[in-house]
Design a protein around this ligand. Structure first.
Ligand code: 3H9
Length: 686
């Protein structure tokens, strides 16, 4: 087996190369190899300096995340990097691809940094519930100042090579071959006989008021998470403590974050997001897509496709709707130009990829047709029946329905094996999640093609089975049902929202209903025959619609909206809820926040378990990915199923049974899968 790290002489420079696919993470073998090569380099009198570079697609993209759950193997990365910093020969990091986390920390410990123009550099540890643990919080502020370091570390967002050179994070952008450029700089440093040790530099503390405001803003954004708070503490230590003590403080805080259940949850999602959408089929490359329906969803999908370099024919039989959709897309791109995020040439190229027409025949040359017309099963079936005669025989047909039966839609065509669901979330150009729906006849190649397309769009595809609402919306129905019952029983919409938001949900369910438009669910419920025979079911939402309160778009719904979009509680809503509760004979009482969270979250878990058992969800991790990426479930809780596993399935079942005693079995019969697992001790996650 070839070594993960090797040393080769290039003239008087020793080039240390890390070759550890896929992303050159600093696994034990890499750390050991680096130490060995460093010692060889130091002992070799012919070599005056060194370069640390990587083979493959990227410089080190971080510590090996898989190792965090295991006992550490020596040498520790932080100790190795301090050793590198103290080396008697100058070392230059040659950065390409993504120098992230422990990778950027390795570069910071070197004596200079040269970057490929396309490199990106960052410390994304907070996204894994961690803080940089190998000197990042102490060395980065010494190079770029406290304010920029806070920005990079608390946001976790990477910077470009150009930004890095402007802030002093890297010394040069390579204008020639990267390793040669780094070697030349290393020789220059050796000849000069002096080089900078990052740890010896002072920290530029910046303007205290500005730094405090930035930190407060970033902490607000990461509400509920522990890692950004810890990272800030470590960064502040860099200003007041000598570097050796600062490094110790960082290490303690890193270890605390590594042991924090929030980090385990975030690491679970990291791997879960990369494990979804695995299929046996063979994906076909999609170059041209017809999007049918130019509404909000259709135009959002069109933008996502255009951004990925795909040619799009936007088709809508209603010329006015087509015009509005096209205008929406043009406005979107013009907005990017105005904000300097798109240069005119790119703007022109994007628009050139898009055509708009009222003629369905324009779909004839598409590799894939995505239907995004309104949620009416008859309209959809008729459209698919017409597509057979128009679409090329090799074209795939996808529906963007969010809950209708994909089998019924596929049955309208003569090629059901080429029909699948691609359930995008709104706004489709922003939301990462796509449920790739497998109907009865859908072929493996159709699924693989849908998954590959979603990945090309930068989305996270999750394979799901064909059941009303698939995975995400089935669970949303259970969650929404509890919200609605809590309202009848005595909670207010703003209390429910506040309780769930402070638990970590991005937005409370009543604010979400207002945003989406209460009439959407109202219409959908009327079209369904499979809903529980329960007069309380979504009764508050329905009563709001019947009073013309449709949500934000009508200025009122669960809340009252000011023209600037801000919301406030509306006493009329309480009157309406009280009237409905009294009509239905529901006794009202005071409800505490813990009950709100317990009932809404357990409703999700129980429904998730049912979907898992019936195979509509392929894995517990898939459910977590769906809820974290499509429904604002707090990532630091890992998703509903991870959360349930952490609570303990025995506890979860006991809590559901307790709720059944109070509220009856209609909604609170524990899913058989949960019962079995709780009894046998089998785990949801291996
Ligand atoms: C850290 O560094 C802590 C230190 O401060 C302190 C230490 C003491 N480890 O994403 P992709 C795998 S924390 C292990 O599909 P892309 C990934 O699972 C770390 N495995 O590719 C996948 O495996 P598979 C800070 C990793 O091109 C394969 O590589 N660093 C790691 O879309 C390809 O990944 C980060 O948080 C890892 N660090 O994106 C960076 N990274 O093929 C995390 C990736 O079996 N990584 N894998 O599914 C990323 O952001 C992206 O992977 C990257 C490439 C941008 C690098």
């Amino acid at each position: 087996m070839s070594e993960a790290v090797s040393l080769m002489a290039a003239g008087e420079v020793g080039v240390i190369t890390i070759d550890h696919p896929p992303v050159n993470a600093t696994s034990a073998a890499v750390r050991q190899g680096l130490l060995r090569c460093l010692e060889e380099l130091e002992q070799d009198a012919r070599l005056v300096a060194g370069v640390i570079a990587c083979a493959g697609r990227t410089f080190v993209a971080g510590a090996d995340i898989r190792e965090f759950g295991r006992p550490p193997e020596p040498p520790r990365l932080d100790e190795l990097l301090s050793r590198i910093e103290q080396s008697g020969k100058p070392l230059v990091a040659a950065l390409h691809g993504t120098a992230l986390g422990g990778g950027l920390e390795l570069a910071l410990a070197c004596h200079a940094r040269v970057a490929d123009p396309g490199a990106r550099l960052g410390l994304p540890e907070v996204k894994l519930g961690l803080i940089p643990g190998a000197g990042g919080t102490q060395r980065l502020p010494r190079l770029v100042g406290l304010e920029r370091a806070i920005d990079m570390i608390l946001s976790g967002e990477p910077v470009t090579a150009a930004e890095a050179v402007a802030t002093g994070l890297v010394d040069q952008i390579a204008e020639q071959e990267l390793v040669t450029a780094a070697a030349n700089l290393a020789v220059t440093l050796a000849r000069a006989g002096s080089w900078r040790r990052t740890g010896a530099l002072p920290v530029e503390p910046g303007d205290a008021a500005r730094v405090d405001a930035l930190a407060a803003r970033l902490l607000r954004r990461s509400r509920g998470q522990h890692a950004p708070e810890r990272a800030l503490e470590a960064l502040r230590a860099a200003v007041i403590l000598p570097v050796a003590e600062g490094l110790q403080r960082e290490r303690r805080l890193f270890e605390e974050s590594r042991a924090d259940p929030q980090s385990a949850a975030l690491r679970h999602l990291f791997f879960a997001e990369r494990s979804t959408g695995r299929t046996e089929g063979k994906a076909v490359v999609i170059e041209r897509v017809a999007v049918l329906g130019a509404g909000t969803m259709g135009s959002g999908i069109a933008i996502a496709l255009v951004d990925a370099g795909i040619e799009v024919a936007l088709i809508d039989s209603d010329p006015a709707s087509l015009e509005r959709g096209e205008a929406r897309i043009r406005d979107h791109y013009q907005g990017l130009v105005d904000r300097g995020r798109l240069v005119p040439a790119q703007h022109h190229a994007r628009l050139a990829q898009l055509s708009a027409s009222s003629d369905l025949q324009q779909a004839a040359t598409a590799d894939l047709i995505i239907e995004a017309v309104f949620e009416d099963p008859t309209v959809k079936r008729e459209l698919f029946a017409r597509l057979d005669a128009i679409a090329s025989s090799s074209a795939w047909l996808a529906t963007n329905t969010s809950y209708l039966d994909v089998d019924a839609i596929a049955a309208a065509t003569a090629r059901p094996e080429r029909v699948l669901g691609l359930h995008f979330f709104s706004p489709a150009n922003i939301m990462k999640l796509v449920e790739v729906v497998r109907a009865r006849a859908t072929s493996a190649d159709a699924l693989a093609t849908g998954v590959a397309l979603a990945r090309k769009l930068g989305k996270i595809p999750v394979l799901v089975g064909n059941a009303t609402g698939f995975v995400g919306n089935s669970m949303l129905q259970a969650y929404g049902r509890e919200n609605q019952l809590l309202l009848l029983e005595g909670a207010t919409p703003w209390q429910v929202d506040a309780a769930l938001e402070s638990w970590g949900m991005a937005m409370g369910p009543n604010a979400v209903l207002d945003l989406a438009g209460l009439d959407i669910g109202y219409r959908a419920r009327r079209a369904r025959s499979d809903l529980p025979d329960d007069p309380r079911f979504f009764r508050v939402a329905d009563a709001l619609v019947e009073q013309g309160r449709l949500g934000r778009k009508s200025g009122c719904g669960n809340y009252l909206y000011a023209p600037d979009g801000s919301r406030q509680p509306d006493p009329k809503v309480i009157t309406l809820i009280e009237a409905e509760a009294s009509r239905l004979g529901v006794a009202r009482r005071s409800i505490d926040d813990a009950e709100i969270v317990e009932r809404c979250v357990l409703a999700l878990v129980n429904e998730g378990a049912r979907l898992l058992e019936t195979g509509v969800a392929g894995a517990a991790a898939d459910i977590d990915v769906i809820w974290a990426n499509g429904y604002g479930f707090p990532r630091f809780r890992g998703g509903p199923m991870w959360y349930a596993a952490q609570c303990g399935l025995g506890e979860v079942v006991a809590a559901i049974q307790r709720l059944a005693e109070i509220h009856g079995p209609l909604y609170w019969t524990p899913a058989p899968l949960l019962m079995r697992m709780a009894q046998s001790g089998e785990a949801l996650f291996s």
